[in-house]
Design a protein around this ligand. Structure first.
Ligand code: CUA
Length: 155
């Protein structure tokens, strides 16, 4: 098969860009741990209120500067809401939904997760700057979706 010179050049550039983008994405995901949160535990979405730890949502101290927030999401709120943690806290959010798919995004940070009924989502964020962090639901979940928000106060 005879190929035109420019055809060869473009083929090389195309394959090169493809391989480069896979290498960059792979490096970010595995070396820099920038992949999306992907916790595999499941839960019966009908029995969230009776299933530990979601029978007692709240903020728990788990170590020096370490906290776990056990959180349920439901139309159209986060439980617990108005969370407060000290500056420098490493906070793991353990979350599930009691009804439909919700989102959990902390504005101004990289924390962003989808919270799907039947699954337990975990995401960890360290808060080094004091302030009020807005938490938003970023998955359309119904008529009150735009009002589904809360804050995390770091001080
Ligand atoms: Cu919950 Cu949108």
């Amino acid at each position: 098969m005879k190929m035109h010179r420019f055809e060869e050049i473009w083929l090389v550039i195309g394959v090169g860009v493809l391989i480069l983008s896979m290498v960059v994405t792979g490096y970010q995901t595995f070396a820099m741990e920038m992949g999306p949160p992907s916790n595999m535990e499941t839960i019966d979405p009908q029995k969230v209120d009776e299933t530990a730890p979601f029978d007692e949502p709240g903020v728990y101290k788990t170590g020096e500067n370490e906290y776990e927030v056990v959180m349920t999401l439901q139309i159209f709120s986060f439980t617990p809401n108005n969370i407060e943690v000290p500056v420098g806290s490493k906070v793991t959010f353990t979350m599930t939904s009691k009804d439909v798919i919700h989102g959990f995004q902390i504005a101004g940070t990289n924390a962003n997760a989808m919270v799907v009924p039947g699954h337990i989502q975990k995401i960890t964020e360290t808060f080094n700057e004091p302030g009020e962090y807005l938490v938003l639901c970023n998955e359309y979940c119904g008529a009150g979706h735009q009002a589904m928000a809360t804050t995390i106060t770091v001080k």
